[in-house]
Ligand binder design. Structure first.
Ligand code: GRG
Ligand code: ZN
Length: 329
């Protein structure tokens, strides 16, 4: 039976559009403090499914800008929330989707991000100072999309990421931190964006990452943990960037993702039979978008799952959006 399951694309589109509109639903309520992230996940998914026009672009751009803090140059997670790099990247990514970076004071936003770099090259997430390789990735990704990498010390940023590499080939949140697929995505993405992938032992890291595939076909985030659809993104994108994605059993992973769908009402959950949410809907479809195609093929815009646009593993945006940004300059 599982063999016959297909991607319920139309239902997922309907689910995303209704979550966006149902502002008083339980899911909207628990997601409130990360609404800008939710907008990025939902809208990127719509674009991957060729349905970005289902939302009003001008309305989205107005709402994004209402989360902007002109004094600092950063974005909050929702209207009236404090600025943080995490939401600043989501805002920039959504504006990239709509090709509307023109509404930004690009230097002001870039200065906000650049101002969060510390002496050792690491980045804090906001004025409170928490340091994490997530913020290194976010800063590099944001500044690269804005063509403003020259505002920071890129070499020091790379050195800090490399200092978080472990003997198992993986990366943690800071020097000595345990390897975790989410942090690995951030560090590999940061190194990809800065042209520094030579710091990675591809076979060693590829081995650690492909060991994340469990008996049920899904991927987990570190040893001994349960499989979860979001790792279809964190693990696969990292494998694509180091050209080792063919080490995953594609059929088994596809089945795992498709079995996490709510085929009637749309949406994808973390594992079969759990409640769906917008975060796992994005990462499930994003996984399906690049189940195993070596990066050099994939860069030629070949797409794997029918009806899903190809995705850039480093910038976490549809490939055509990334091409538009870098070919325009
Ligand atoms: C633009 C895609 C994109 C990302 C922005 C925020 C960010 C950069 C990256 C986050 C990377 C990260 C740390 C992801 C992991 C998220 C996650 C599922 C954490 C759960 O970890 P545990 O240890 O759960 O609580 P497990 O799965 O290990 O049981
Ligand atoms: Zn998850």
């Amino acid at each position: 039976m599982a063999d016959e399951v297909e991607l319920a694309a139309d239902q997922h589109v309907r689910y995303i559009v209704t979550v966006e509109k149902k502002k008083d639903s339980f899911e909207s309520l628990v997601m409130e403090h990360i609404r800008l992230n939710g907008a990025y996940w939902g809208l990127t998914t719509l674009d991957l499914l060729h349905k970005l026009h289902a939302v009003d672009a001008a309305e989205v751009v107005d709402w994004i800008m209402s989360c902007y803090h002109p004094e600092s140059g950063g974005f909050g997670g929702n209207v009236g929330h404090d600025p943080h790099v995490l939401y600043t990247l989501s805002a920039v990514q959504v504006l990239c989707l709509f090709d509307r970076l023109d509404v930004l004071d690009v230097d002001k936003v870039a200065d906000y991000v650049a101002g969060l770099q510390n002496k050792d090259g690491s980045f804090s997430g906001d004025i409170w100072g928490e340091v994490d390789t997530r913020f290194s990735y976010i800063a590099l990704c944001t500044l690269s999309l804005l063509h403003r990498l020259h505002k920071i010390d890129v070499q020091k940023a790379v050195d800090f990421v490399v200092s978080c590499k472990n003997l198992d080939g993986g990366f943690g949140a800071m020097p000595g931190g345990e390897s975790h697929a989410g942090q690995i995505f951030c560090c590999v993405g940061a190194l990809a964006i800065t042209g520094s992938l030579h710091h990675i032992d591809r076979d060693l890291l590829g081995w650690w990452l492909c060991e994340r595939q469990c008996k049920d076909g899904g991927l987990n985030g570190r040893p001994e943990k349960l499989a979860d659809v979001c790792y279809s993104w964190w693990v696969l994108s990292s494998l694509v960037m180091i050209d080792r994605v063919h080490w995953i059993d594609k059929e088994k992973l596809t089945k795992f993702i498709l079995n996490c769908q709510d085929k009637e009402n749309g949406g994808i959950s973390d594992r079969p039979d759990n409640a769906v949410d917008i975060y796992h809907t994005y990462f499930g479809i994003a996984g399906a978008a690049f189940i195993p195609i070596p990066w050099h093929f994939y860069r030629l815009s070949l797409m794997e799952y029918p009806g899903v646009k190809p995705l850039d593993p480093a910038y976490a945006l549809p490939l055509h959006v990334v091409n538009r940004i870098f070919l325009k300059k």
